[in-house]
Ligand binder design. Structure first.
Ligand SMILES: Cc1cc2nc3c(=O)[nH]c(=O)nc-3n(C[C@H](O)[C@H](O)[C@H](O)COP(=O)(O)OP(=O)(O)OC[C@H]3O[C@@H](n4cnc5c(N)ncnc54)[C@H](O)[C@@H]3O)c2cc1C
Length: 327
């Protein structure tokens, strides 16, 4: 093995799995200490959906993400968006700048997508501003980047919008072999995980829907997902997920003033509609987010052997105690 002589490196600084101080990240983004509340910093929680039929037809649920990105591009908040796009059925990170291209990125791939690679490769034009859509691990990496002393050598200073997706886990690309047993990857129109108690992974082609038991899917979840404590992409301007039991709508958590203004613009331009999130759905979301935190802490403690050592995660002791209790 070669010894690495570098003492200060971007690889070590930027990777949140090498150490992330959630208090520092939260203060940098929101100006307050990290609370450890299940859903992070919250200004508003609503349900929303696109008013545009052509987005709703292709979107995962209500098309809220694609609509907000479209409005951000058209209003000049950003000049480029880094999104995930299926190329021959495999998700790739792409930098796009038109509404047409945003439409081509609609829908969720549950395979891990190298969105941040596309963010780092993006070559900004003069005064270019970028928005990124990503999973909790990706949006945490971006937020963490803002706290790194070497970040000037990255595109992070051009980052003007982060939209996060809710995520329980993603799937390794080894899962492609399982999918290919049922359909050629480019023929897959949509994949989805319906809410419990279904316990299946749906794969839709033009003429059929295949249901794969979740027990056959879970072996393809990368081990890092078991250590992730964030279900709702806490370090973002806006986070979006499904609206359980309310088909065709999204749950939307607005976290920053910028996020709030973007949603207001989308609504006032008639491109997005919002409604109140029913209390029981909010309670359920809170509970799922709390359980993800608890599971992650249990796994981290199991791995390190000590409650005081959460490996890459730096968290205040009182937050750990509150979540783990007498475990
Ligand atoms: C791996 C994964 C796991 C998820 N788990 C949950 C969950 O447990 N609970 C829940 O409520 N929601 C989950 N979601 C979010 C959900 O699938 C929708 O993305 C979200 O509700 C937005 O819906 P929409 O109709 O607004 O999306 P759309 O308007 O269709 O936009 C979807 C956006 O997601 C981006 N995207 C697609 N695939 C990926 C990917 N692999 N990585 C990064 N970005 C991607 C696209 O670029 C696009 O901009 C998950 C998403 C992913 C990618």
């Amino acid at each position: 093995m070669d010894a690495c002589p570098v003492t200060e490196s971007r690889c070590c600084q930027f990777c949140p799995q090498m150490g992330v101080d959630l208090d520092l990240v939260n203060r940098t983004l929101f100006g307050v200490a990290y609370s450890g509340e299940p859903m992070g910093e919250v200004r508003e929680v609503n349900i929303a959906r696109s008013r545009e039929a052509k987005i709703r037809e292709r979107a995962q649920y209500g098309g809220t993400v694609s609509t907000l990105i479209r409005v951000a591009l058209e209003s000049g908040l950003i000049s480029t968006a880094v999104l995930a796009k299926l190329v021959e059925g495999v998700p790739q990170g792409v930098a796009v700048s038109s509404s047409r291209e945003v439409l081509d990125c609609c829908g969720s791939s549950y395979l891990v997508c190298p969105v941040l690679e596309a963010f780092h490769r993006w070559q900004p034009e003069d005064n270019g501003r970028v928005g990124v859509v990503g999973t909790p691990c990706q949006t945490l990496a971006l937020a963490h980047l803002r706290t790194c002393s070497l970040s000037a050598q990255s595109n992070v200073n051009r980052l003007n919008l982060v939209i996060g997706l809710f995520c329980t886990w993603a799937l390794s690309h080894r899962f492609r072999k399982v999918l290919e047993k049922w359909a050629a990857l480019p023929e897959i129109r949509k994949t989805d995980i319906p809410p419990p108690p279904a316990s299946v992974f749906h794969v839709y082609t033009a003429d059929k829907c295949i249901s794969i038991p979740l027990d056959d899917v879970r072996p393809f979840v990368p081990p890092a997902c078991a250590l992730c404590w964030d279900m709702t992409s806490e370090m973002t301007d806006i986070s979006v997920g499904s609206a359980e039991g309310i088909e065709g709508w999204n749950t939307v958590i607005i976290r920053s003033r910028k996020g709030q203004e973007l949603v207001r613009t989308a609504v006032s331009e008639g491109l997005l509609e919002t409604r109140e999130l029913p209390k029981e759905s909010l309670d359920h979301l809170m509970e799922s987010a709390r359980l993800k935190k608890r599971r992650a802490l249990q796994n981290l403690v199991r791995k390190s052997g000590r409650r005081e050592d959460l490996l890459h995660l730096k968290l205040k002791r009182e937050i750990v105690e509150r979540i783990l209790g007498s475990d």
